[in-house]
Design a protein around this ligand. Sequence first.
Ligand code: PBG
Ligand code: ZN
Length: 325
Amino acid sequence: MYFPRYRARRTRKTETLRRMVRENHLRVDDLIYPMFSAFGENIKKEIHSMPGIYQHSIENLVEEAREVHALGIPAVVLFGIPECKDSVGTDAYSDTGIIQRTIRALKQEVPELTVITDVCMCEYTDHGHCGVIKDGDVDNDSTLKLLAAEALSHAQAGADIVAPSDMMDGRIAALRETLDDNGFSHIPIMSYAVKYASAYYGPFRDAADSTPQFGDRRSYQMDSANRLEAIREAALDVEECADFLMVKPALAYMDIIRDIKERFDLPLVVYNVSGEYSMVKAAAAQGWIDHDKVVMETLIGFKRAGADLIITYHAKEAARLLQDS
Ligand code: PBG
Ligand code: ZN
Protein backbone atom coordinates (compact mmCIF):
# COMPACT_ATOMS: atom_id res chain seq x y z
CA MET A 1 0.00 0.00 0.00
CA TYR A 2 2.20 2.80 -1.22
CA PHE A 3 1.72 6.12 -2.91
CA PRO A 4 0.65 6.66 -5.67
CA ARG A 5 -1.65 3.60 -5.59
CA TYR A 6 -2.67 4.27 -2.00
CA ARG A 7 -3.77 7.82 -1.31
CA ALA A 8 -4.83 8.62 2.26
CA ARG A 9 -6.62 11.74 1.10
CA ARG A 10 -9.29 9.69 -0.73
CA THR A 11 -11.35 9.14 2.44
CA ARG A 12 -11.06 12.78 3.48
CA LYS A 13 -12.55 14.25 0.35
CA THR A 14 -16.10 14.98 1.48
CA GLU A 15 -17.80 15.58 4.80
CA THR A 16 -19.79 12.38 4.29
CA LEU A 17 -16.64 10.33 3.81
CA ARG A 18 -15.05 11.98 6.81
CA ARG A 19 -18.10 11.10 8.88
CA MET A 20 -17.98 7.51 7.68
CA VAL A 21 -14.36 6.92 8.67
CA ARG A 22 -14.46 8.93 11.91
CA GLU A 23 -13.02 6.82 14.72
CA ASN A 24 -14.12 8.71 17.82
CA HIS A 25 -17.25 10.58 18.77
CA LEU A 26 -18.23 13.02 21.44
CA ARG A 27 -21.73 12.52 22.75
CA VAL A 28 -23.72 14.61 25.19
CA ASP A 29 -23.81 11.50 27.40
CA ASP A 30 -20.05 11.84 27.87
CA LEU A 31 -20.31 15.22 29.60
CA ILE A 32 -20.38 16.10 33.30
CA TYR A 33 -20.86 19.71 34.36
CA PRO A 34 -19.22 21.09 37.55
CA MET A 35 -21.29 23.48 39.69
CA PHE A 36 -20.46 25.65 42.70
CA SER A 37 -23.07 25.96 45.41
CA ALA A 38 -22.62 28.93 47.73
CA PHE A 39 -24.27 29.57 51.09
CA GLY A 40 -26.78 32.42 51.02
CA GLU A 41 -29.60 33.71 48.86
CA ASN A 42 -29.77 35.49 45.51
CA ILE A 43 -26.16 34.74 44.76
CA LYS A 44 -25.02 34.58 41.16
CA LYS A 45 -21.39 35.57 41.21
CA GLU A 46 -19.27 35.02 38.12
CA ILE A 47 -15.78 33.72 38.82
CA HIS A 48 -13.55 36.37 37.31
CA SER A 49 -10.98 33.90 35.95
CA MET A 50 -13.71 31.57 34.61
CA PRO A 51 -16.12 33.56 32.41
CA GLY A 52 -19.54 31.88 32.26
CA ILE A 53 -19.03 29.92 35.50
CA TYR A 54 -20.77 31.07 38.67
CA GLN A 55 -21.05 30.58 42.37
CA HIS A 56 -24.79 30.14 42.84
CA SER A 57 -27.01 30.05 45.87
CA ILE A 58 -29.21 26.97 45.88
CA GLU A 59 -32.27 28.38 44.10
CA ASN A 60 -30.11 29.75 41.27
CA LEU A 61 -28.11 26.55 41.06
CA VAL A 62 -31.34 24.60 40.65
CA GLU A 63 -32.30 26.91 37.77
CA GLU A 64 -29.02 26.25 35.99
CA ALA A 65 -29.36 22.53 36.71
CA ARG A 66 -32.71 22.54 34.87
CA GLU A 67 -30.94 24.04 31.88
CA VAL A 68 -28.17 21.43 32.11
CA HIS A 69 -30.75 18.65 32.22
CA ALA A 70 -32.72 20.15 29.32
CA LEU A 71 -29.54 20.11 27.21
CA GLY A 72 -29.34 16.35 27.78
CA ILE A 73 -26.24 16.43 29.98
CA PRO A 74 -26.58 13.42 32.30
CA ALA A 75 -24.73 14.58 35.39
CA VAL A 76 -23.29 17.42 37.44
CA VAL A 77 -20.52 17.38 40.02
CA LEU A 78 -21.09 19.62 43.02
CA PHE A 79 -18.65 21.75 45.00
CA GLY A 80 -19.68 23.70 48.09
CA ILE A 81 -18.85 27.10 49.51
CA PRO A 82 -20.07 26.83 53.12
CA GLU A 83 -21.15 29.56 55.51
CA CYS A 84 -18.40 28.69 57.99
CA LYS A 85 -15.06 26.97 57.75
CA ASP A 86 -13.13 25.45 60.65
CA SER A 87 -10.05 23.33 61.23
CA VAL A 88 -11.90 20.02 60.76
CA GLY A 89 -14.29 21.03 57.95
CA THR A 90 -17.48 20.42 59.94
CA ASP A 91 -19.82 21.66 57.20
CA ALA A 92 -18.57 18.88 54.90
CA TYR A 93 -20.28 16.15 56.91
CA SER A 94 -23.12 18.09 58.49
CA ASP A 95 -26.65 17.03 57.58
CA THR A 96 -27.47 20.71 57.05
CA GLY A 97 -24.24 21.49 55.19
CA ILE A 98 -24.26 23.44 51.95
CA ILE A 99 -23.86 20.36 49.75
CA GLN A 100 -26.39 18.26 51.66
CA ARG A 101 -28.99 21.01 51.20
CA THR A 102 -28.07 21.43 47.55
CA ILE A 103 -28.43 17.70 46.87
CA ARG A 104 -31.89 17.65 48.45
CA ALA A 105 -33.02 20.63 46.39
CA LEU A 106 -31.71 19.10 43.17
CA LYS A 107 -33.26 15.71 43.85
CA GLN A 108 -36.55 17.44 44.57
CA GLU A 109 -36.55 19.75 41.54
CA VAL A 110 -34.53 17.94 38.84
CA PRO A 111 -34.71 14.31 39.97
CA GLU A 112 -33.42 12.79 36.73
CA LEU A 113 -30.17 14.70 36.80
CA THR A 114 -27.41 12.51 38.24
CA VAL A 115 -25.77 14.22 41.20
CA ILE A 116 -22.10 13.52 41.79
CA THR A 117 -20.51 15.09 44.85
CA ASP A 118 -16.91 16.09 45.34
CA VAL A 119 -15.76 14.48 48.58
CA CYS A 120 -12.91 16.52 50.05
CA MET A 121 -12.13 18.77 52.99
CA CYS A 122 -10.44 21.75 51.31
CA GLU A 123 -13.62 23.72 50.65
CA TYR A 124 -14.61 23.39 54.32
CA THR A 125 -11.36 23.81 56.27
CA ASP A 126 -10.15 27.25 57.35
CA HIS A 127 -6.58 26.26 56.38
CA GLY A 128 -7.71 25.14 52.91
CA HIS A 129 -6.04 21.73 52.97
CA CYS A 130 -7.79 18.52 51.91
CA GLY A 131 -7.69 16.97 55.39
CA VAL A 132 -6.93 17.54 59.06
CA ILE A 133 -3.54 19.01 59.95
CA LYS A 134 -1.12 17.33 62.35
CA ASP A 135 2.49 18.50 62.74
CA GLY A 136 2.20 20.84 59.77
CA ASP A 137 0.95 18.26 57.26
CA VAL A 138 -2.33 16.58 56.37
CA ASP A 139 -2.81 13.51 58.56
CA ASN A 140 -3.91 10.60 56.42
CA ASP A 141 -5.71 8.22 58.75
CA SER A 142 -7.70 10.72 60.78
CA THR A 143 -8.78 12.39 57.52
CA LEU A 144 -10.20 9.07 56.27
CA LYS A 145 -12.81 9.09 59.01
CA LEU A 146 -14.00 12.57 58.04
CA LEU A 147 -14.10 11.72 54.34
CA ALA A 148 -16.14 8.61 55.06
CA ALA A 149 -18.56 10.69 57.15
CA GLU A 150 -18.79 13.24 54.35
CA ALA A 151 -19.51 10.63 51.68
CA LEU A 152 -22.12 8.96 53.90
CA SER A 153 -23.82 12.26 54.57
CA HIS A 154 -23.93 13.01 50.82
CA ALA A 155 -25.47 9.60 50.18
CA GLN A 156 -28.03 10.15 52.94
CA ALA A 157 -28.99 13.46 51.33
CA GLY A 158 -29.57 11.67 48.02
CA ALA A 159 -26.30 11.86 46.05
CA ASP A 160 -26.12 9.37 43.20
CA ILE A 161 -22.33 9.06 43.07
CA VAL A 162 -19.58 10.18 45.45
CA ALA A 163 -16.26 11.37 44.05
CA PRO A 164 -13.36 11.61 46.52
CA SER A 165 -10.68 14.08 45.35
CA ASP A 166 -8.51 14.31 48.47
CA MET A 167 -5.72 11.82 47.53
CA MET A 168 -5.45 10.22 50.99
CA ASP A 169 -4.21 6.63 50.95
CA GLY A 170 -6.93 4.07 51.60
CA ARG A 171 -9.86 6.39 51.03
CA ILE A 172 -11.73 4.27 48.54
CA ALA A 173 -11.79 1.31 50.95
CA ALA A 174 -12.78 3.60 53.82
CA LEU A 175 -15.67 5.11 51.85
CA ARG A 176 -16.82 1.75 50.50
CA GLU A 177 -16.91 0.21 53.95
CA THR A 178 -18.84 3.08 55.51
CA LEU A 179 -21.32 3.28 52.63
CA ASP A 180 -21.90 -0.49 52.67
CA ASP A 181 -22.30 -0.65 56.45
CA ASN A 182 -24.97 2.04 56.30
CA GLY A 183 -27.19 0.71 53.55
CA PHE A 184 -25.56 2.49 50.59
CA SER A 185 -23.89 -0.45 48.88
CA HIS A 186 -25.57 0.69 45.65
CA ILE A 187 -23.83 4.08 45.54
CA PRO A 188 -20.86 4.11 43.12
CA ILE A 189 -17.51 5.70 43.96
CA MET A 190 -15.90 7.80 41.25
CA SER A 191 -12.29 7.97 42.36
CA TYR A 192 -10.03 10.88 41.49
CA ALA A 193 -7.49 8.05 41.34
CA VAL A 194 -4.76 9.88 39.45
CA LYS A 195 -4.66 13.47 40.58
CA TYR A 196 -1.56 15.55 40.07
CA ALA A 197 -0.43 18.57 42.09
CA SER A 198 -1.17 21.10 39.39
CA ALA A 199 -1.02 24.83 38.78
CA TYR A 200 -3.99 24.32 36.45
CA TYR A 201 -6.27 24.27 39.52
CA GLY A 202 -5.61 27.97 40.17
CA PRO A 203 -8.94 29.41 38.94
CA PHE A 204 -10.91 26.64 40.71
CA ARG A 205 -9.44 27.68 44.02
CA ASP A 206 -10.89 31.17 43.46
CA ALA A 207 -14.19 29.55 42.54
CA ALA A 208 -14.31 27.20 45.52
CA ASP A 209 -12.43 29.51 47.87
CA SER A 210 -10.10 26.61 48.71
CA THR A 211 -6.56 27.94 48.35
CA PRO A 212 -4.27 26.40 50.99
CA GLN A 213 -3.38 29.02 53.59
CA PHE A 214 0.12 27.59 54.02
CA GLY A 215 2.29 25.33 51.89
CA ASP A 216 0.87 23.42 48.94
CA ARG A 217 -0.66 20.03 48.16
CA ARG A 218 2.48 18.20 47.07
CA SER A 219 2.54 15.88 50.10
CA TYR A 220 -0.69 14.26 48.89
CA GLN A 221 -1.27 15.07 45.20
CA MET A 222 1.05 13.47 42.62
CA ASP A 223 4.24 14.78 41.06
CA SER A 224 3.59 15.72 37.44
CA ALA A 225 6.83 14.02 36.33
CA ASN A 226 5.52 10.57 37.24
CA ARG A 227 3.88 7.97 35.03
CA LEU A 228 4.32 4.60 36.75
CA GLU A 229 3.00 6.07 39.97
CA ALA A 230 -0.27 6.80 38.17
CA ILE A 231 -0.63 3.11 37.40
CA ARG A 232 0.05 2.18 41.03
CA GLU A 233 -2.53 4.73 42.24
CA ALA A 234 -5.16 3.42 39.85
CA ALA A 235 -4.39 -0.22 40.75
CA LEU A 236 -4.88 0.53 44.45
CA ASP A 237 -8.26 2.11 43.79
CA VAL A 238 -9.36 -0.82 41.65
CA GLU A 239 -8.38 -3.16 44.51
CA GLU A 240 -10.38 -1.01 46.91
CA CYS A 241 -13.44 -1.31 44.63
CA ALA A 242 -13.70 2.05 42.90
CA ASP A 243 -16.41 2.10 40.21
CA PHE A 244 -14.89 4.83 38.04
CA LEU A 245 -11.29 6.00 37.71
CA MET A 246 -10.34 9.57 36.99
CA VAL A 247 -7.28 11.31 35.61
CA LYS A 248 -6.86 14.97 36.46
CA PRO A 249 -5.87 17.41 34.99
CA ALA A 250 -6.48 16.27 31.42
CA LEU A 251 -4.69 18.31 28.75
CA ALA A 252 -1.13 17.99 30.02
CA TYR A 253 -1.73 14.31 30.91
CA MET A 254 -3.02 12.74 27.70
CA ASP A 255 -0.39 9.99 27.93
CA ILE A 256 -1.63 9.07 31.40
CA ILE A 257 -5.23 8.90 30.15
CA ARG A 258 -4.10 6.41 27.51
CA ASP A 259 -2.04 4.39 30.02
CA ILE A 260 -4.92 4.05 32.45
CA LYS A 261 -7.41 3.22 29.71
CA GLU A 262 -5.22 0.42 28.42
CA ARG A 263 -4.53 -1.17 31.78
CA PHE A 264 -7.87 -0.96 33.58
CA ASP A 265 -11.35 -1.83 32.45
CA LEU A 266 -13.30 0.59 34.64
CA PRO A 267 -15.06 3.57 33.08
CA LEU A 268 -12.48 6.34 32.77
CA VAL A 269 -13.28 9.94 33.61
CA VAL A 270 -11.02 12.87 32.80
CA TYR A 271 -11.26 16.28 34.41
CA ASN A 272 -10.76 19.18 32.00
CA VAL A 273 -9.83 21.49 34.86
CA SER A 274 -10.33 25.16 35.55
CA GLY A 275 -6.99 26.42 34.22
CA GLU A 276 -7.54 24.57 30.95
CA TYR A 277 -10.92 26.31 30.63
CA SER A 278 -9.56 29.72 31.55
CA MET A 279 -6.78 29.53 28.98
CA VAL A 280 -9.27 28.85 26.18
CA LYS A 281 -11.52 31.68 27.36
CA ALA A 282 -8.64 34.13 27.63
CA ALA A 283 -7.24 33.37 24.18
CA ALA A 284 -10.71 33.48 22.64
CA ALA A 285 -11.44 36.84 24.29
CA GLN A 286 -8.30 38.18 22.60
CA GLY A 287 -9.56 36.89 19.28
CA TRP A 288 -6.51 34.66 19.03
CA ILE A 289 -8.31 31.33 18.62
CA ASP A 290 -11.67 30.10 17.36
CA HIS A 291 -13.36 29.30 20.68
CA ASP A 292 -15.91 26.72 19.57
CA LYS A 293 -13.50 24.79 17.36
CA VAL A 294 -10.82 24.70 20.05
CA VAL A 295 -13.34 23.45 22.62
CA MET A 296 -14.56 20.62 20.38
CA GLU A 297 -11.03 19.67 19.30
CA THR A 298 -9.95 19.52 22.94
CA LEU A 299 -12.91 17.35 23.97
CA ILE A 300 -12.51 14.89 21.08
CA GLY A 301 -8.82 14.75 21.98
CA PHE A 302 -9.78 13.41 25.42
CA LYS A 303 -12.02 10.78 23.82
CA ARG A 304 -9.26 9.74 21.43
CA ALA A 305 -6.84 9.48 24.36
CA GLY A 306 -9.24 7.04 26.02
CA ALA A 307 -11.70 9.02 28.13
CA ASP A 308 -15.20 7.66 28.54
CA LEU A 309 -16.54 10.66 30.46
CA ILE A 310 -15.35 14.26 30.61
CA ILE A 311 -15.91 16.64 33.50
CA THR A 312 -15.78 20.04 31.83
CA TYR A 313 -16.86 23.63 32.39
CA HIS A 314 -17.53 23.62 28.63
CA ALA A 315 -20.29 20.99 29.01
CA LYS A 316 -23.21 23.32 28.24
CA GLU A 317 -21.40 24.93 25.31
CA ALA A 318 -20.42 21.53 23.94
CA ALA A 319 -23.95 20.17 24.33
CA ARG A 320 -25.26 23.11 22.27
CA LEU A 321 -22.59 22.66 19.62
CA LEU A 322 -23.44 18.96 19.39
CA GLN A 323 -27.11 19.87 18.85
CA ASP A 324 -26.16 22.25 16.03
CA SER A 325 -23.85 19.81 14.26
C1 PBG B 1 -10.64 19.60 45.62
C2 PBG B 1 -10.66 19.76 44.14
C3 PBG B 1 -9.84 20.57 43.34
C4 PBG B 1 -10.32 20.44 42.04
C5 PBG B 1 -11.38 19.53 42.09
N1 PBG B 1 -11.55 19.11 43.40
C6 PBG B 1 -8.77 21.52 43.68
C7 PBG B 1 -7.53 21.09 44.31
O1 PBG B 1 -7.25 19.89 44.48
O2 PBG B 1 -6.80 21.98 44.69
C8 PBG B 1 -9.78 21.17 40.83
C9 PBG B 1 -10.75 21.36 39.72
C10 PBG B 1 -10.39 22.39 38.72
O3 PBG B 1 -9.29 23.00 38.73
O4 PBG B 1 -11.24 22.64 37.87
N2 PBG B 1 -9.68 18.76 46.13
ZN1 ZN C 1 -9.36 19.06 48.37
